[in-house]
Structure formats: structure tokens, C-alpha cells
Design a protein around this ligand. Sequence first.
Ligand SMILES: O=P(O)(O)OC[C@H]1O[C@H](OP(=O)(O)OP(=O)(O)O)[C@H](O)[C@@H]1O
Ligand SMILES: Nc1ncnc2[nH]cnc12
Ligand SMILES: [Mg+2]
Length: 180
Amino acid sequence: MTEIETIAQELKSSLKQFENFPQEGILFEDFLPIFAKPELFRKLVKAFQLHLGDTKIDYIVGLESRGFLFGPALALAVNAGFVPVRKPGKLPGPTLRAEFQKEYGKDSFEIQEGVLPKGSKVVIVDDILATGGSASAAGELVSKAGADVLEYLFVMELEFLKGRDILKSPSFTLLSGQKK
Ligand SMILES: O=P(O)(O)OC[C@H]1O[C@H](OP(=O)(O)OP(=O)(O)O)[C@H](O)[C@@H]1O
Ligand SMILES: Nc1ncnc2[nH]cnc12
Ligand SMILES: [Mg+2]
């Protein structure tokens, strides 16, 4: 087993699932227990760092809210900047906006104009890839800003929703998820 696979196995065993949250029919994957234990949090960052290897990354872009929990820690670990993509009306100054559909509902995302230099190399991170609506809207914003999305990183993927098929850059998922 690789070091990434060993970490993945340990992290997976600490996750919890909740039925019918936030609405009927959704099996909610709760990854918050990882952050309650520093040794697990450290391993989560380490696994992504191992995956990225020596690739030069200028910015980690994290998606509000759960992408904010580990995006900044990963950015520090790989010596990159951190840039947030936020829900509407939260960022000051001129912003770019993209609307999207997600597993449970509709939403939109914004990024501040001018924070990503044109041609910079970006990795987008979030906790879960479900329908891919959130991630693909974030990718659209990064591209509109003129930066390059090298890759997407997720902690977990709901494979049956096939979100990766709509993403325009490769995606890496640390843990396997619901396959139904
Ligand atoms: O692939 P998708 O269908 O777009 O779904 C995945 C997104 O849904 C959740 O975020 P959510 O907006 O529910 O809330 P959060 O603020 O807790 O991250 C999850 O954290 C992902 O960001
Ligand atoms: N089933 C799920 N569990 C946790 N977060 C999600 N985001 C979208 N679908 C989700
Ligand atoms: Mg989210």
C-alpha cells in the first residue's frame, strides 16, 4: 500500500454519515471528525501534499465553506497562496460571479477580481465532489480570471453522481465514497 492509501484508510474510518440531512433522501458525509484530531488533520494535508509532489503551484483556491477548513493549511504546506471562492455578497470590491446547481439546491459563487494573476497555476480544493456543480462554477471563475486550473482535489467523491465528468481539469479524490 502507498503512504497515500494508508492515510486514506485511516481517515475513512473516522468519517460519519447522517441520513436525510440536510434534506430527505440525502446521505450526508461528515468529514469534520478529521479536524477534531490534529494527527488526522496533519495526515489529510500530508496526503494531498504527497499527491501534488513537486508540481509548482501558485495558488490553492478553496470553496466556501468546507474547502476553507483545509485549503489554507494545504497552501502553507506547498508554499502557495490561498484564495477563497465565496458565496454571493461576502467579498468586497469587484467580483466575478458564476451560478450553479448542486446535489441539494441552487447557489452561486464569487471570486475577487485581480487576486489571481493571469497565467498563474491554480489547484481548486473542496471536501466533496457530488454533482460537480460547485467545482465546475469555481473552475469557470478561475478561468475567467485568466488563471490555469491544474487540478481539482477532493476529500471524497459521490461517484454515482459522476461530477468529475463535467469538470474541465483532472480531479483527484482521496477517499472513495457512495457508489449507489
Ligand atoms: O458537487 P456539488 O453537487 O456541487 O456538491 C458539493 C458541494 O456541496 C457541499 O457544499 P454546500 O454548498 O452544501 O455547503 P458548505 O457551505 O457546508 O460547504 C460540499 O461542501 C461541496 O462544496
Ligand atoms: N451527500 C453529501 N454529503 C456531504 N456533503 C455534500 N455535498 C453535496 N452532497 C453531499
Ligand atoms: Mg461546500
